[in-house]
Write a protein that binds this ligand. Structure first.
Ligand code: HEM
Length: 408
């Protein structure tokens, strides 16, 4: 028993009520900690910055599901909500040549140079939303719902070619993927509806190709069928859509919340002494939009930072824990401070699976923050609503609503 690491496992709070408190305890427990994720799923949690960096590029770790012993042995519930991520036929679950084949099909569209061309359009989307908010000023609004959410959602919908008239339908569905506390049947049915909606987008773009990623991928699928299967085409569009906005909503929400709570940090951003990109990087580190990302699997017995992992084990990447690791960032770890050049972080991952959309997320958040505080320099948190509720999923780190008071 003493040698069974799972005997002393830490149970992760399914509601994620206090993510940073939980992360502090996890880091203190070790660099790789046996944990139980909601749904009674076992994994090693990579909790510290340097260990996570090692894990993300370790040759004995793979994202291919076939290596996971608990999956093969039936210990992972069939309706585990994160199955959507770990079973997707997408670059997220592939390695080596297969991974490169899928990633290369879309990587050109996401290079910093291509993304920079979107800056004026992202600015227009932000301006439209701010005009809408101005209609409600002065007064209270939920800034997550009215600004942080529609901005990246509208941008990624345009990139994948989703018609605007379908956006309302999407609003109801898209959080299905990351809700782990929902009723499983309900979450699964919303997931099916989301897939059906994307199947319709693919059919639409087959009939009426346009200048978007779905049309480009359909051309690869239909003209050179061997390079992309029909299932991969569907999962790629879904992956780009979901990865392309959920996380960025959290980034914009967390950044505005942090700046409103630290007005001293806002002043040098507003007068141009410090670039808005510094606020984006510091938010990514200090309040990582991704909390715990599933999964990497141990392909052969290995030792990482003194911890023995066995072939078949799973490892979860604790991005939100690494960002505040005092072992790496020193006493600055828990301080939100944009005025110092922010230290590098791992919040977009590291190695072969480094976030494909990092440049897009950075651009959107930068444009969103600058436009928001220019339109409403005296924006204030609405403290009458009490403490904001966390999202309640181990995958994402943010709050369900961001109540603010729009000034005159
Ligand atoms: C991968 C974070 C926005 C698409 C990742 C990973 C992280 C991450 C941590 C690596 C996961 C792992 O292997 O452990 C974020 C954050 C974002 C963001 C914090 C926003 C603030 C975006 C956007 C897109 C995107 C806008 C646009 C399409 C992807 C894709 C992958 C990925 C496709 C998989 C890459 C691969 O496996 O090769 N992201 N992401 N992400 N991200 Fe993002």
């Amino acid at each position: 028993r003493a040698t069974d690491p799972w005997h002393g496992r830490v149970v992760i709070d399914p509601c994620m009520r206090d993510v940073h408190g939980q992360n502090e305890r996890l880091r203190a427990a070790g660099p790789l900690v046996p944990v139980e994720l909601p749904g009674h799923v076992r994994a090693w949690a990579a909790t510290r910055h340097d260990t996570l960096e090692t894990v993300l590029a370790h040759p004995a770790l793979s994202k291919e599901l076939r290596y996971w012993a608990d999956w093969a042995g039936g210990a992972v519930p069939a309706d585990w909500p994160l199955n959507n991520i770990i079973t997707a036929e997408s670059m997220i679950t592939k390695e080596g040549g297969e991974h490169r084949r899928l990633r290369r099909m879309v990587s050109r569209a996401f290079t910093p140079r291509h993304i920079e061309e979107l800056r004026p359009r992202v600015g227009e989307v932000a301006a439209e939303l701010l005009d809408g908010l101005a209609g409600d000023a002065p007064g209270p609004v939920d800034l997550r719902l009215r600004y942080a959410y529609p901005l990246p959602r509208n941008v990624i919908c345009e990139l994948v070619g989703m018609p605007r008239a379908w956006h309302a339908e999407l609003n109801k569905l898209t959080d299905a993927l990351i809700r782990i506390t929902d009723d499983a049947d309900y979450a699964a049915s919303r997931m099916r509806t989301l897939r059906e909606l994307f199947a319709e987008v693919i059919e639409l773009r087959r009939r009426e190709p346009a200048d978007d990623l779905t049309s480009a991928l359909i051309a690869v699928r239909d003209d050179e069928g061997g390079r992309l299967s029909e299932a991969e085409l569907h999962d790629m569009v879904m992956t780009l859509f979901v990865a392309g906005h959920e996380t960025t909503i959290n980034l914009i929400t967390n950044a505005v919340r942090a700046l409103l709570a630290h007005p001293g940090e806002l002043a040098p951003l507003r007068d141009g002494t410090v670039p808005w990109s510094a606020a984006v990087e510091e938010t990514l580190r200090w309040d990582s939009p991704v909390a715990y990302f599933p999964m990497r699997y141990v392909t052969r017995d290995a030792e990482i930072d003194g911890v023995r992992l066995r072939a078949g084990d799973a490892v979860v990447a604790c991005y939100a824990a690494a960002g505040r690791d005092p072992g790496h960032y020193g006493e600055r770890a828990t301080r939100f401070q944009v005025c110092d050049p922010p230290a590098a972080h791992l919040s977009f991952g590291h190695g072969e699976h480094f976030c494909l959309g990092a440049a897009l997320a950075r651009l959107e958040a930068e444009v969103a923050l600058e436009a928001l505080f220019e339109a409403f320099p005296d924006l204030a948190p609405d403290t009458s609503r009490g403490d904001p509720e966390p999202l309640g999923t181990p995958l994402s780190n943010s709050i369900r609503s961001l109540p603010v008071l729009l000034p005159e």
